[in-house]
Design a protein around this ligand. Sequence first.
Ligand SMILES: Nc1ncnc2c1ncn2[C@@H]1O[C@H](COP(=O)(O)OP(=O)(O)OP(=O)(O)O)[C@@H](O)[C@H]1O
Length: 288
Amino acid sequence: MQTPLLLHAERLTKRYGRRAALTDCDLRIPRGHIVGLVGPNGAGKSTLLQLACGLVRPTSGTLSVLGATPAADASHLARVGFVAQDTPVYASFSVADHLRMGSWLNPAWDPTLAERRIGEVGLDPAQKAGRLSGGQRAQLAMTIAAAKRPELLIFDEPAAALDPLARRGFMRNLVEFVRELGASAVLSSHLLDDVEQVCDYLVVLCDSRVQVAGPVPDLLAAHHRIAGHPVAPAGAEVIWAEHGRAVVRGDATTGHVEPVTLAELVLAYMSRAAGTGARPGADAAVAR
Ligand SMILES: Nc1ncnc2c1ncn2[C@@H]1O[C@H](COP(=O)(O)OP(=O)(O)OP(=O)(O)O)[C@@H](O)[C@H]1O
């Protein structure tokens, strides 16, 4: 039997009244990846993460996580750890209280991992969570999510509150942690550097729709930057073009062809969805 996918969405749609947060999204993401979910404000990233945790239900279409409906039962809840955007903690509880609560609520709680990590990141077990800095709160929330020993860790903009140095450390830590757990992770971020640093699978969401998704090495191999009278050969798709430069999907044989960075690839899809830059074919010719 095949191992169930990490995330499997088919025509997944979520509407809030007349507003579409996700529209007809198809995803087939295998396990073992650290998935970066990127896109502009209001693209639907948090909605997708909340659907994956079972906090909200689809309007139509289907989503399965680790082969089951999200939050279908207590055992599925235990397999997924979620760190929400504002890393909520109980202000009047100490760091140690949070760990105690974690051990009561989670059958597979790993106290050794939790205590080791609290020590590693320099948190005082006696300190009230309400007095922690944003970065320390993020570390506490990540520790609690990880000490559940989940198969999937979900982070909604995990490092948004951190200064650049703390962020770099946090993201490095996150990768080590996910690997140590033998887990997979999905994280949303506006910070393309972070995504580039830690993610090996990318999903670009714009305006409620998946624009592109796949393993990062495959996406980088499939896209090129061309400059100087770019001509994309037949079969190649111009994703974005402006001022004599273009990002194309498929082979590019004319013009000055260079590899594309992850940030350029993401920005090309975001610009296309936003309707900025020249329309494909206007600035970069497509050979027929
Ligand atoms: N509970 C809700 N009620 C009504 N509309 C909502 C709700 N949650 C999200 N939306 C709408 O759904 C769309 C997608 O929102 P979502 O928060 O998923 O986007 P996002 O990509 O996470 O944005 P950001 O990067 O700004 O956090 C937006 O138009 C938003 O206004």
